[in-house]
Design a protein around this ligand. Sequence first.
Ligand code: AHR
Length: 480
Amino acid sequence: MKITVLNQKKGPKISKHIYGHFAEHLGRCIYEGLYVGEDSTIPNVNGMRSDVVAALKNLEIPVLRWPGGCFADEYHWKDGIGPKETRKKIVNTHWGGVTENNHFGTHEFFELIEQLGCEAYVNGNVGSGTVQEMQEWVEYMTMGGESPMAALRKENGREEPWKVEFFGVGNESWGCGGNMRPEYYADLYRRYQTYVRQYGEEPIYKIACGPNIDDYRWMEELMRIAGPWMDGISLHHYALTGAWEDKGPALNFKEEHWWSLIASAQKMDELITKHSTIMDKYDPEKRVGLIVDEWGSWLAVEPGTNPGFLYQQNTIRDAMVAAVTLNIFHKHADRVKMANIAQTVNVLQSMILTEGEKMVKTPSYYVFELYKNHQEGELIETYGDKNETISYTVSKKGKELTISICNYSLTETEELAFVFDGAPQVKEAQYIYGEKMDAHNDFDQAEAVTLLPFTNYALKGSQFVLTVPAMSVTTITLEV
Ligand code: AHR
């Protein structure tokens, strides 16, 4: 494959928020995964696992969405403030019916955000919460001066307000968030968002609950009725191997499930294209961002684990899903302003798995590491035709070009020749690959899939020729 790179051209900026993450009160994502409490023997800072925080910081994680998901529409924030011993114990009805002790609440979330050095995306409760409750939460988090909620925050030990960059008004309001019709939710959205007040210096970016997968009527109605009141609208699409009710295993899967999972991930391109066309009708200036705040592989849980905890292993196949999907987001960088892979630790397509004090980085983690240089880069080229087994992105920051290539063929190496305007120099070249299609990392073999130096390239004047192995993701940074 020969690719001419127009490295002098101007392209849309790839928002760093496309590399966002999502952490819900679900299974072992928050508890055990991110938060172990101050008294844990697992090394922590103010309760946050030091190993996990360090690993996520290395990814330059730009934004974290919390507290859900479905949990968000049952979450009453006042249960999660004040002395831990007096916090209300509730039932996490969506996720395993376990007791939620609310030890991780608003203050702990912002402690985590501060340790990660990232932005906050808080998802409010429309399904079972009141307008007043939402208004007061925003006041509690962001009011700097004198007010009842600012006083309550100070009583609980936090003098300064926090910064909330993004606020979601409900989650999956068409389903777990209230089973609403689009017309009804659109009106509710207009009402609730009115009280997401600006107390700080900068306005909060307000995100409406958008459609599930290909529910184009939901998008149409939301944009028609509520478009002018929103900054962003969400979209959820998970990659599956087949039917929703019959999720394929994460390990020991058949070859056909390699292809079906990747094809399901590739559907994201069609979904964004069609939803964007509807959005363009109401918002031709592309002011409203499409926020894909839940995406990733959803597979069968690991045998023997709580089905409500959504704990799944993560293989080189998931790395393909991540790379292919990120390339699709790049392609739509003019409309997709944020995306949040589900979910950061121990749930669905995780970056990290933990078991007691042990931690492993998944193949998906390494894709985010390989791709991090695309954050805020200018898009030069991106490609991902369903008839090929190659998907790639070229982006630019000043003189630096970053090329990421995913070869999801099970057997074939691929030679690519990039032709530049100028003679490039290689600054860094790394890759991951799978020896078998379910290659993965586990607690007894943490580096079966890991970053390796990539050397299989040659520079011939303005041509950069490389051969990438099957089942691999490669990133090269060049200076031209
Ligand atoms: O990410 C798991 C769940 O998937 C979320 O809670 C919900 O929003 C979606 O259905």
